[in-house]
Design a protein around this ligand. Structure first.
Ligand code: ADP
Ligand code: MG
Length: 626
């Protein structure tokens, strides 16, 4: 609640609306207590007194009634009718929407077609028809305004309910034996109330206007009773000669509706969790770059090299150093593994290569990425777009999230190709089948017309790989492509990738947190911790004799089949938060070989032969080899 008020208060216009509305409502509430003249007493000798006159602050109307008094009482009435109509429409509409959405099927059909019929009438005409049938009067105007707004609520709430009614927690409630009524009250209703409030806050203004409209036409409040609409209606004949009689109620309507709408927008923004999280802000097509230094020359050999790459997330006043100076290189035909605990910055490193880190909040703050000698950091978006998928392709962890659920996989493959070169339909189809065969999908020719949901997880991941291969890239970056799969499928996918790189000379950057996978596939491996490489070298050497205490401890966590009853070690403590990294070695807190020096100043990645380690006190070689 406090967070909600805080968000609301940050929206200046909404705050202004709130203050104005609070004042209006306050005065409406205390009107009976104020020393005002009777709003309905006429005094024709005192007609059309101008505003700011003695005894009549806002003047008088055509019957000599005090305008200030009529305005206050009229506002009170208009507000009450508007809010009551909104409440009635919201309650009935939400009830209809929830019932239709929850029960679905025929109930839904009958109810919603009825609602559609109501919606098919012009809005104001329907209200007029209802008042005509019921007879003029404020109560009937209220009923009419509420009735014409019910379909709006019913439609809105039904949509939300349908999506909630199929969620697992509702299934669970049903299985636990709850009655429908209880499910609706305890599971569905709390989830739709924010939507009801949002819909109400954005329609109250409308309803006040509509009621005023009906009164203006003489169908709402009846003389002598004043509401804002009837005051306007009565002032119409004196619009030119005595404009103040129209301006007073007109201004009030304007102020109220403006304030309510501003407030309503603010309420919606503050309540809608999607707006709050910033998920509706679309990220830029390429990661922002803010390099203060000159472009850095590559320090490693290879087709793709990363040099001192730094990527940060700037969220409000916090800075997350997700990648803090990573240097890597991968040669054609080589497979480089990147391994580390989750949160160590592997994915952000991989995404930075092609400018795919979401910006905002991501920013590349330093270093360079060279692809065949060309610096990609800060390259124009058009250039990145031609390289993405054609030179460097990605395979992601969750193939279901990468594939579009509503298109056949063949069409998605063809689209991946046609994004880079024109291709005819038949040619595209042939190429798609060829790709599916390359990733060993049986019956490729018939599978091509399947939708993603018709494939198993392993198959889908193969389609993901096929898509990555579609444009014969030179580098494939695979971000935990097998983590979601079971071991047999994982083994097949790994051998598939291995074959592909041997056949096509692909360079592969393979991200994982599994040493077994690294051992099977990778020529070299880099161990990442808190956004930096802590150890790097040929896979065999590192697996046989890890030098960095983190690598050693990480490997001690891996169970071995048939390895006897070895005690599995967990690494105590947690990785540091990347917005608050300690000076010196980030692993010092959890390290069993820590020395006082480890906590001072920066520690360099010291090369020794083909290996390198970022540690002042590495595991001695004999001990490591055991
Ligand atoms: P992993 O090694 O598991 O792939 P990531 O590269 O995804 O780790 O994340 C590295 C770090 O970056 C994590 O500490 C994470 O909290 C941080 N991070 C990732 N995305 C964001 C974001 N949008 N805003 C703030 N921090 C982020
Ligand atoms: Mg990751």
């Amino acid at each position: 609640m406090r967070a909600f008020l805080g968000l609301l208060a940050r929206n200046r216009l909404a705050l202004a609306g709130l203050i104005v509305m609070a004042l209006v409502v306050f005065f409406a509430l205390i009107t009976p207590l104020l020393p005002l003249p009777d709003p309905d007493v006429t005094n024709t000798s005192n007609r059309f007194v101008p505003p700011f006159s003695e005894g009549a602050l806002l003047g008088t109307d055509h019957l000599g009634r005090d305008l200030l008094s009529r305005l206050m009482w009229g506002t009170r009435l208009s507000l009450a009718v508007g809010f009551a109509a909104a409440l009635i429409a919201a309650t009935i509409g939400a009830a209809i929407g929830i019932i239709a959405g929850y029960y679905g099927g025929r109930t839904d059909n009958i109810i919603m077609r009825g609602v559609d019929m109501l919606m098919a009438f012009p809005y104001i005409l329907l209200a007029l028809a209802i008042v005509a049938a019921l007879g003029p009067g404020l109560l009937n105007a209220l009923i009419a305004v509420a009735a014409v707004n019910i379909p709006f609520f019913a439609r809105n709430i039904r949509g939300i309910t349908v999506s909630i009614a199929n969620k697992e927690f509702v299934d669970a409630a049903r299985l636990s034996g709850m009655s429908d009524a209880r499910i609706i009250l305890t599971e569905i209703l709390p989830n739709v109330i924010p939507v009801i409030v949002i819909a109400m806050s954005t329609t109250v203004g409308w309803m006040i206007l509509e009621t005023a409209g009906l009164s203006f036409l003489g169908l709402g409040s009846q003389p002598p009773q004043a509401d804002l609409g009837s005051m306007l209606g009565e002032a119409r004949s004196a619009l030119i000669t005595n404009p103040h009689t129209s301006i007073v109620p007109g201004m009030m309507i304007l102020v109220i509706v403006m304030a309510i709408n501003l407030l309503g927008d603010g309420v919606r923004d503050a309540l809608d969790p999607r707006l709050k999280s910033g998920a509706l802000n679309r990220p830029l097509p390429a990661t922002l770059v803010a390099r203060d230094r000159k472009p850095v020359e590559p320090k490693r050999e290879g087709i793709l090299t990363l040099t001192d790459l730094e990527t940060q997330f700037h969220v409000k006043d916090r800075v997350y150093r997700a990648v803090g100076g990573v240097t890597l290189g991968v040669r054609p035909g080589e497979c480089l593994g990147i391994i580390g605990e989750s949160g160590s910055g592997k994915s952000v490193t991989a995404l930075s290569v092609m400018g795919l880190v979401a910006s905002p909040p991501g920013i590349v703050t330093g270093g360079s990425v060279h692809l065949e000698g060309e610096d990609l950091i800060g390259a124009p978006y058009r250039r990145l777009r031609t390289l993405r998928g054609r030179k460097v392709a990605y395979i992601f962890q969750d193939p279901l999230a990468t594939l579009h659920p509503l298109y056949r996989i063949g069409d998605q493959l063809i689209e991946a190709i046609s994004a880079h070169r024109a291709i005819s339909g038949a040619e595209g189809r042939a190429k798609a089948i060829e790709l599916l065969e390359a990733v060993r999908i049986p019956n490729a020719a018939s599978r091509i017309d399947n939708y993603p949901h018709e494939l198993s997880g392993g198959m889908r991941q193969r389609v993901g790989i096929a898509m990555a291969l579609a444009n014969d890239p030179e580098v494939i970056i695979a971000d935990e492509p097998t983590t979601a799969l079971d071991v047999t499928v994982q083994a097949q996918i790994l051998s598939l990738l291995d074959d592909l790189r041997r056949e096509r000379g692909l360079a592969i950057v393979f991200i994982t947190h599994d040493f077994g996978v690294v051992g099977q596939l990778c020529d070299r491996v880099a161990v990442m911790y808190a956004g930096r490489i802590v150890e790097e070298g040929p896979t065999r050497d590192i697996l046989d004799a890890p030098r960095h205490p983190y690598t050693a401890r990480l490997m001690a966590c891996v169970p071995e089949l048939g390895g006897g009853r070895r005690r599995l070690e967990a690494i105590p403590g947690l990785p540091p938060a990347v917005n608050d990294l300690p000076p010196g070695c980030a692993f010092a807190e959890r390290c069993n070989r820590v020395q006082p020096d480890c906590r001072k100043g920066d520690i360099a990645l010291e090369p020794s032969g083909p290996r390198a380690v970022r540690c002042l006190n590495p595991v001695p070689e004999q001990e490591a080899a055991e």
